[in-house]
Design a protein around this ligand. Structure first.
Ligand code: MRU
Length: 352
């Protein structure tokens, strides 16, 4: 089942409301770019590639809803929708990447008029979503060689089918190794504060029949230092040209602990997550979310934090490239020095 799809009849964007998992599997329909942007901001859909595909469908929707009679007027409506969608979340570059790709495809048929542009937007959004699944499977195939039969690995956040259109990035690599018949055991970081690991990754692994145990985020160092872990697998929301990685908060500490214990740290990313415009990680915008996501934790029906507490809630952090053992992309496994390897991989992906 895909995380997000296009319904051409209505037209609307249909997605799994990830906020309700694992308790309930509910599909929601979104009818406007504003609703799509809200769903991204509120994390009904999340994960960099899934955000990209959803934004693409959101822009296709804007095309369908626009009453414009001329290409110029339609372009104006599309630009307004792009504005709304682009601001939904700041860190995952796949959002802007997908919107730019769709705008470019519509512009290519500008002279043919608004109907051709509308049709092109839907086709391009569909193509982007289909390619995402294919790219994930290619990354899975490349990355599976990094996992040996009997390995235990640590996984952070959710990078599976739910974080993409289908199959997954880092979780896709683990799935691929499992599908090859390797026995792999996953220690699932619960991933405070939104618990994408405990809620979503555990839910997916159970469905795939992959053995797992949920661990608290702060237990990862213990497992790494006690020789129980063969590798750490994470995704990313944005990778700078030098290989610095923006990913879910806690990734940096995990990478530090992995390096201190000589455990390889792998980052699995489609080239659409690489931002060559940014030379290093310090330029990546990092989202800080509502303190309520930290403070609303309840135990036995009561709030954990004293009333009136303040909190900070950065959603992402930067892992410097020196802590990354290798990147897995759809064009292969990249090893340092990353600036050259990354530039080459992006070029190769564009030639395909
Ligand atoms: O805040 P989220 O849940 O959108 O964060 C998701 C992550 O950090 C993932 O690791 C990243 O997007 C890669 S998903 C294939």
């Amino acid at each position: 089942m895909r995380t997000v799809t296009w319904d051409p009849e209505t037209p609307s964007v249909r997605m799994i409301d990830q906020r309700l998992l694992p308790g309930e599997l509910v599909l929601i329909d979104l009818w406007s770019p504003q609703e799509v942007a809200d769903a991204i901001r509120q994390m009904s859909v999340r994960g960099a590639p899934a955000i990209g595909a959803t934004a693409a469908y959101g822009l296709a929707l804007a095309g369908q809803l626009s009453k414009a009679q001329t290409a110029q007027d339609l372009w104006h409506d599309l630009e307004n929708a792009v504005d709304i969608l682009r601001r939904a979340r700041p860190t995952a570059v796949n959002l802007s990447w997908a919107l730019d790709r769709l705008l470019k495809s519509a512009h290519a048929v500008f002279q043919e008029g608004p109907s051709a542009m509308r049709q092109r937007l839907v086709e391009e959004a569909q193509r982007l979503a289909d390619e995402d699944v294919e790219i994930n499977k290619r990354m899975g195939a490349h990355g599976a060689s990094l996992i040996n039969d009997g390995d235990t690995v640590i996984h952070h956040c959710n990078t599976g089918a739910l974080a993409t259109v289908d199959y997954g990035t880092a979780l896709g690599v683990i799935r691929s190794a499992h599908e090859q018949g390797k026995r792999v055991h996953v220690l699932v970081d619960e991933t405070r504060p939104r618990l994408q690991g405990a809620r979503l990754t555990a839910w997916e692994l159970a469905q795939y029949g992959i053995s797992y145990e949920i661990i608290t985020d702060n237990a990862a160092g213990y497992f790494l230092s006690s020789g129980q872990v063969a590798g750490v697998f994470v995704g990313a929301d944005r990778v700078a040209a030098n290989g610095d990685v923006a990913n879910k908060i806690g990734t940096y500490m995990l990478a530090l602990a992995a390096q201190d214990n000589d455990v390889p740290f792998y980052c699995v990313v489609p080239t659409s997550t690489i931002d060559l415009r940014l030379s290093s990680g310090e330029k990546i915008p990092l989202e800080e979310r509502e303190p309520s996501e930290v403070l609303d934790l309840m135990l036995k029906g009561k709030p954990v934090a004293p009333e009136g507490s303040q909190a900070r809630n950065p959603a992402f952090d930067i892992t410097p490239n020196r802590l990354v053992t290798a990147f897995v992309t759809e064009v292969g496994v990249l090893r340092p020095p990353y600036r050259e390897a990354i530039a080459h991989a992006v070029k190769e992906s564009q030639e395909k």
